[in-house]
Design a protein around this ligand. Structure first.
Ligand SMILES: Cc1cc2nc3c(=O)[nH]c(=O)nc-3n(C[C@H](O)[C@H](O)[C@H](O)COP(=O)(O)OP(=O)(O)OC[C@H]3O[C@@H](n4cnc5c(N)ncnc54)[C@H](O)[C@@H]3O)c2cc1C
Length: 439
């Protein structure tokens, strides 16, 4: 194995990049190839270059240009509850009845989706739900610790915002229905307080009176802009020697001593180790390697308004309506929603418009003009846990995808875990619940 095993905590400055010639420089192909330049691939590259490895990211578009660029910017470390739970499954019929509501399934896509939906429903069984919840709690503790370290090492801590979030209720009944989920979070030491009246008005002035209560989560963090953060962490990895190549990877093949990538122009590239971090497209490449991973996409939409649209104090969460409002350094982002519609269908921006209309009703002073609409593909597994682990048939290939709603939040932890796996070190959490072979 090439490279030293210097710990990520020690870091490594660009000027200290004295190292042995890489396999690439010796004409032997890549040391480590990562397919995917989203936030997961970027963080994996950062951790691996810190450890002295030579990394090349291959992406068809660019660094942090697709789904990871348009998130709601939340470091949702307290968001530990798996999506498949009885409360959610009970809501499904109501949500599906509204084609522009929080959740939709284009009817033509339903037959293809049924096996995933079946697994999702099964993941809501009490024992499986509890197992996913415990795994998610461990992952989130690691996620927070790793992001705080990576923010410091990459000089990006000024992009962190620690002003918490507010989650709203329109009736006492809705508030009471939310209590079991808060009790579950309390069990894991997640801090929050329920607020109303003047305290609520102080935390977010200008709210519609339809909101009778809210829950304030002070530990909730966001970032100034997810695209800028991704690019800044990449600049740090690039400073440590990481490279980027813009190309589509058509297929991957692997044996015990390395992997072969076939590029869009038909040429091939060898790599000692390969990491597949291709977001919602990852399962297509994993299929080349004999894996059957039930990855679906939960498409999400938003509109980014000019910053002046409204003075939003912190992230505002409208769970019943399936969207959030985030104040970014670069604008005011209104978005969310889940559309289980696959990776090929064109976007339906009526969904962004529907959320924007609601935002205007919830914050009556909001100016909805001048927005930019966007859609992204959440890569989602039915048990709400990502896939982090080695390939079935090759010790040279690792998977890092399927983070669903939490890819930004869990990206530094995933980078750390992938580094440990690649270096043959013991990871700090049990990776069995995240195994690519668990399905
Ligand atoms: C509306 C919305 C809001 C969200 N808000 C949050 C949030 O607030 N907090 C949070 O933690 N998460 C959030 N998420 C989830 C988050 O966006 C994803 O989990 C995360 O971006 C996934 O990152 P990724 O690197 O796995 O995938 P991506 O960002 O999709 O990156 C994958 C990359 O792989 C490339 N690629 C794919 N196939 C190939 C190929 N064959 N060859 C070359 N390149 C390829 C693609 O071009 C892409 O650049 C949100 C998602 C949406 C849609």
């Amino acid at each position: 194995m090439q490279g030293n095993s210097k710990s990520a905590e020690e870091g490594r400055s660009p000027s200290s990049a004295l190292r042995a010639p890489s396999p690439r420089e010796q004409g032997e192909g890549e040391d480590i190839a990562i397919v995917g330049g989203g936030i997961i691939g970027i963080c994996a590259a950062a951790y691996l270059t810190e450890a002295g490895r030579n990394v090349t990211i291959f992406d068809r578009t660019g660094i942090c240009e697709e789904t990871s660029s348009g998130t709601a910017a939340a470091f949702a470390f307290s968001d530990v509850l798996p999506l498949a739970h009885k409360g959610m499954i009970r809501q499904l019929p109501k949500w599906l009845a509204d084609p522009l509501g929080p959740l939709s399934i284009p009817p033509a896509y339903l037959p293809k989706l049924l096996p995933w939906l079946f697994r999702f429903w099964r993941a809501g069984r009490a024992d499986l739900y509890e197992a996913s919840l415990a795994a998610q709690v461990g992952m989130m503790r690691l996620a927070e610790a790793e992001w705080m370290g990576l923010l410091d090492r990459s000089g990006t801590r000024p992009m962190l915002r620690e002003d918490g979030s507010l989650e709203f209720y329109e009736s006492e009944a809705e508030f009471r229905a939310s209590l079991p989920s808060w009790a579950a979070r309390e069990r894991f030491g997640i801090g929050f307080r329920h607020v109303e009246g003047e305290e609520l008005a102080g935390l977010q002035p200008g709210l519609s009176p339809r909101f009778v209560k809210a829950t304030f989560v002070p530990g909730w963090k966001t970032v100034a802009d997810p695209k800028l953060l991704g690019k800044a962490v990449w600049a740090y990895a690039e400073g440590l020697g990481a490279r980027f190549e813009k190309t589509r990877i058509e297929r991957v093949d692997a044996g015990q001593d390395g992997a072969t990538l076939t590029l869009a122009d038909g040429t091939t590239r060898r790599a000692r180790q390969l990491i597949i971090a291709a977001g919602a497209w990852s399962h297509l490449l994993a299929k080349n390697l004999g894996e059957r991973i039930p990855l679906e996409t939960e498409r999400g939409y938003n509109t980014t308004l000019p910053k002046t649209a409204f003075d939003v104090k912190r992230q505002l969460i409208f769970s019943r309506h399936g969207f959030v409002i985030t104040p970014l350094e670069t604008g005011l982002r209104v978005g969310g929603a889940v559309e289980l519609g696959g990776i090929e269908r064109p976007p339906n921006f009526a969904r962004s418009k529907a959320m924007l209309e609601k935002a205007k009703a919830f914050l009556p002073g909001l100016d909805p003009a001048g927005g930019r609409e966007w859609m992204g593909f959440r890569p989602s597994l039915p048990d709400s846990l990502p896939v982090i682990g080695g390939a079935r048939n090759s010790a040279s290939v690792f998977y890092a995808f399927g983070h669903g709603h939490l890819g930004l939040t869990q990206s530094a932890a995933t980078g750390r875990l992938i580094r440990d796996l690649v270096l043959g070190q013991t990871p700090p959490i049990d990776l069995a619940p995240f195994s690519p072979q668990r399905f």
